[in-house]
Design a protein around this ligand. Structure first.
Ligand code: ADP
Ligand code: MG
Length: 623
């Protein structure tokens, strides 16, 4: 071992740069945050060659005092905090005093700045950590930072950079986060001298989102808002139909700072559970405002991960706010979402429903639907698939659920004593009403006349949803009806695969699937769930195996979820299947029994609505 030496500031800065400055977009993030902290109203970002040649950020903020010129690029020099206590009441984006020092260490850096009252500004150049002298110069009020040849003296870092397009993609993402968190900022982004974004100051988040992502998405945004023990949550969440294949559309800001948080992401996934297809992610723009002392932002050099004093409370608030909202808006395709923000939409006009109330009602409804389903014998209606009996009352808690649709479309079939349903969908029928007029088209869709207009239902998706709820309630009650095979089916696979499958035999048994090892690569199927009597069971097991062997091992919970999806899909009537009038009637009557009749378990809509008004307008019957 050699003797211990104090590292030079240059080495310290390089180490810090390694943590904070990973690529051009990290520089853009730091410079944008500094401009925001300087209370700029307008910020222009100019990028050349993905940021590898030039990054230039110009703001019209408060500027820097000339005497502080050298301090800006000294490490641990900041104007934003003074003492360790301040770390727990940070109101600015920056506070570590590290960014400019790090950037200047690994690039050709220049800074020009002028404060409002000053006659002249100053200019400072730093070449790979070697600072020149600050010189007076003429410049507008505000600050301009230029960063050329990033990583010029750390060739390894430079080699790891991706194509200009990829690097610029990361820059755009950082720019987007600032743009969404600060709608009132006028922002410009140029790449290779072409304007990519020119965002004038917007009145609010929705206006900015509209400009950024277009009207189509903006029209499908739902305003959410809640306040609990000093924590305010607000923002927009998109209709499930706007989902994405990655989590990139999920924006979460904490006190104006973009953050990533596993627990809160999980809450989001839970809120959308059952509304999205497997592997799809919601699009959300959510803001949390918490007292600065209840969160530690000093956990991560880039501050994108934070530590909450009580993350459970936030988790519950996020989940219940979204769930409650989804219950109160109409998620049917084609209908108004009432996504208006606070400007357009008075919130909380409906009687509040506690999450407990909701969950209880939901569970009762599902359990009850399950009972109805299991009590029913296929022979009763002549249907070739499983359906519960008709015209039966809803469970008490579902009936008593306060009407949360006051801000959704008016409910026209709600007479006295009519059970209140969870959404404002145009129901094809009510339990006691005469059967609606309906027809099957293309052996795949049911077209139903409703009080509001016309509803087009995807027969497979709806039946799948019904079967899903049925199966779920039975699995929860550990009461899946299962049929033993007199002669077990043998299914061949590799010995390793057989082992993986048999390992999960206990869980599969909860779904009514009896699995035993027969040695080697042979697995015996000894029993199957009654609801899958007509399904290809061998294929089902192979599908399950695919899931168990492809990539990451699913947790028990994920596997339960996927089994519910797979099995309800296989049990449901298919598109292309001609239905008898009795079958159509039976299917429609079950529509309101399920927890969410508007989406199949994969999240596809089960129904689209064409309102009477739409029809009248299309045919020129309205003025
Ligand atoms: P931090 O933001 O953590 O304080 P930085 O290294 O990013 O650290 O910046 C150092 C200091 O330089 C800041 O505290 C601030 O006083 C000053 N500064 C940097 N950028 C700007 C800017 N665009 N406008 C005004 N002051 C700035
Ligand atoms: Mg900073």
């Amino acid at each position: 071992m050699s003797r211990i030496q104090q590292l030079s500031p240059a080495v310290i800065n390089k180490i810090a740069a390694g943590e904070v400055i990973e690529r051009p977009s990290s520089v853009v993030k730091e410079l944008l945050e500094n401009a925001v902290d300087a209370l700029a109203g307008r910020i222009e970002v100019e990028i050349v060659a993905g940021g590898t040649e030039l990054i230039r950020v110009a703001d019209d903020g408060q500027g820097i005092h000339p005497d502080d010129a050298l301090l800006t690029v000294s490490s641990h020099a900041t104007s934003k905090i003074e003492s360790a206590d301040d770390l727990f009441s940070v109101h600015t984006m920056g506070f570590r005093g590290e960014a400019l020092a790090s950037i200047a260490e690994v690039s050709q850096f220049s800074l020009r700045s002028r404060q409002e009252k000053a006659q002249r500004g100053f200019e400072l150049e730093v070449n790979a950590g070697r600072a020149g002298e600050a010189k007076p110069c003429g410049c507008p009020v505000g600050t301009v930072v230029e960063v050329r040849n990033l990583f010029c003296n750390t060739p390894v870092r430079r080699k790891f950079l991706k194509t200009h397009a990829t690097e610029f993609g990361h820059v755009t993402e950082q720019f987007t986060r600032i743009a969404l968190a600060h709608p009132r900022l006028h922002l410009v982004l140029r790449h290779n001298r072409k304007v990519v974004y020119e965002l004038p100051a917007a009145a609010g988040l929705l206006e900015r989102l509209r400009l950024f992502y277009g009207t189509e998405l903006a029209d499908k945004l739902i305003w959410v808002e809640s306040e609990h023990e000093g924590v305010r949550l607000w923002g927009y969440v998109a209709h499930p139909s706007e989902s994405k294949s990655t989590a990139k559309g999920q924006y979460l800001f904490l006190n104006g700072r973009w953050i990533q948080d596993r627990s809160l992401n999980h809450a989001l996934r839970e809120a959308y559970r059952g509304l999205l297809m497997v592997g799809r992610y919601p699009v959300t723009y959510l803001f949390l405002e918490v007292p600065p002392e209840s969160v530690d932002v000093n956990v991560h050099p880039t501050k994108s991960e934070v530590r909450f004093r009580d993350s459970q409370v936030l988790y519950r608030q996020l989940l219940s706010t979204l769930r409650k909202k989804f219950l109160s808006v109409n998620l049917d395709g084609g209908l108004d979402l009432n996504g208006g923000g606070p400007e357009q939409q008075p919130e909380n006009v409906t009687p509040p429903v506690t999450p407990e109330q909701h969950t209880q009602a939901q569970q009762d409804l599902v359990a009850w639907a399950g009972e109805q389903l299991s009590a029913w014998k296929p022979a009763n209606s002549g249907a070739s698939w499983d359906m519960p009996p008709r015209a039966v009352p809803l469970p008490p808690s579902a009936v008593n659920l306060p009407d949360q649709r006051a801000d959704a479309t008016p409910h026209s079939d709600g007479g006295e004593g009519e059970p209140t349903r969870r959404t404002g969908a145009a129901h094809p029928t009510s339990p006691n009403a005469d059967c609606p007029r309906a027809m099957q088209v293309h052996d795949a869709y049911l077209v139903v006349e409703t009080d509001e207009g016309i509803t087009v239902i995807d027969q497979h998706a709806l039946h799948e949803r019904i079967m899903y709820e049925h199966l779920r309630s039975r699995v929860l009650a550990r009461d899946v009806e299962s049929q033993r095979l007199l002669l077990p089916d043998t299914i061949e696979m590799s010995p390793a695969e057989a082992e993986v499958l048999v390992e999960r035999a206990e869980l599969l048994a909860e779904f009514g699937l009896g699995i035993e090892s027969f040695g080697g690569g042979t697995v015996l199927l000894t029993s199957y769930p009654v609801m899958l009597a007509k399904a290809d069971l061998r294929q089902l097991l192979l599908d399950i195996l695919d899931r168990l062997t492809g990539g990451e091992q699913p947790t028990r919970r994920d596997l339960v979820d996927e089994l519910l999806h797979m099995m309800s899909c296989k049990a449901a009537i298919k598109a292309g299947q001609r239905l008898s009038p009795e079958e159509i009637e039976s299917l429609l009557e079950q529509r309101h029994l399920v927890d969410d009749a508007h989406h199949c378990p994969h999240g596809r809509p089960t129904a689209l609505v064409l309102s009477r008004t739409d029809l009248d307008r299309q045919f020129g019957r309205l003025g």
